[in-house]
Ligand binder design. Structure first.
Ligand code: LMR
Length: 329
């Protein structure tokens, strides 16, 4: 599929003098397809680590919730059954880190440079520093992009959402956003979403186009509305015990490869979403709607109370830091 070659990196030589069997094998589990920003970053990471360690450190990537899904991947990491996961930032609230849900606040970021003010700034560092409370270490953030809304009807005005059952990730902020629009949020694992849409268990959902397309949601949703109402990004996390037991030089090698892979994901994320949108247009299964400024403004107004309502879940001091970092008075 498109861009699959990018992950292997045509410019990256293959591991020629690789050891037959690695001394260490890192297991990296994730829930999305390989041809997404996260899937491609994971594949890139594998190539870099194996190449630079001469095959001494291996990486096994398990995409598409093959091994663990949303409900158990974090627990699998805490138990040491896998070594790396990269859940969306919306999935940290339920392991006792609700401050990560600040990223889910609707219409919070005007663009990706606003996101960077958090992820590359002191607030991002402070968020990652909370992970050891759960026996985890946070290694960095990266993007998928901005989310769009889908259903079997256009979703252009708040009234279009009324009474729709919308699949959401396990984030109270996203649930509140759907309620503010008059919809009924239904929390489901990512891997169960397409089926739930197909069988009518839910009516619609939200995601960046690369996830929508690679999960074949377009086959079961007639309309995609380009709302860009919220951000979807990830944090890469590892198990603290595992991380501390690595040799310092191996830790440095793995971390360096990971940081490069995350930078790579950030570079390609936009293109991936654009290409998925183009593929979707060509497939012709789904009507694609662009919102007028007025429509987007009305959605924005409808979800505005969410900031106030969820401030106590996220934490008042986090909200204050957030406003300062974004320059929102
Ligand atoms: C979702 O559950 O919708 C996303 O978090 C999936 C992902 O990892 O991109």
């Amino acid at each position: 599929m498109w861009l699959a070659a990018l992950a292997g990196g045509a410019a990256l030589p293959s591991v020629t003098s690789a050891k037959a069997r690695p001394d260490i094998t890192l297991r990296f589990s994730h829930v999305v397809a390989e041809e997404t920003p996260k899937g491609l970053a994971a594949s890139r990471f594998k190539v870099l680590v194996e190449q630079r360690s001469g095959g001494r450190i291996g990486v096994q990537v398990f995409p598409n919730a093959q091994l663990y899904g949303d409900h158990d991947e974090m627990q699998a990491l805490q138990l040491g059954a896998v070594d790396l996961v990269a859940p969306s930032l919306s999935k940290f609230g339920r392991i006792g880190l609700p401050e990560f849900e600040l990223f889910d606040l609707p219409f919070l970021f005007d663009d990706l440079s606003a996101v960077r003010r958090i992820t590359l700034g002191p607030l991002g560092q402070k968020l990652l520093q909370g992970l050891p409370r759960q026996g985890l270490v946070g290694l960095g953030f990266f993007d998928n992009g901005f989310k769009q809304m889908s259903a079997n009807r256009p979703l252009l005005e708040p009234r279009d959402f009324v009474n729709l059952r919308m699949r959401v990730q396990a984030s109270r902020v996203i649930a509140a956003q759907m309620r503010a629009l008059g919809a009924r949020p239904v929390t489901l694992a990512f891997s169960e979403t397409r089926q739930a849409l197909a069988t009518g268990v839910v009516d619609g959902t939200e995601n960046p186009v690369s996830n929508f397309w690679t999960q074949h949601m377009h086959e079961v949703q007639s309309d995609l509305s380009l709302t860009e109402h919220g951000y979807l990004g990830y944090a890469v996390v590892t198990n603290q015990r595992f991380w501390q037991h690595l040799k310092t030089s191996d830790r440095a090698l793995i971390n360096q490869a990971l940081q490069e892979s995350l930078a790579f994901a950030n570079q390609i994320a936009d293109t991936q979403n654009d290409q998925a949108l183009q593929a979707l247009r060509q497939a012709g299964t789904t009507r694609i709607h662009t919102l007028t400024n007025g429509q987007r403004q009305r959605l924005r107004q409808a979800v505005q109370p969410v900031q106030q309502q969820l401030a106590s879940r996220i934490g008042p001091s986090w909200m204050q830091d957030l406003k300062l970092a974004l320059g929102h008075g």
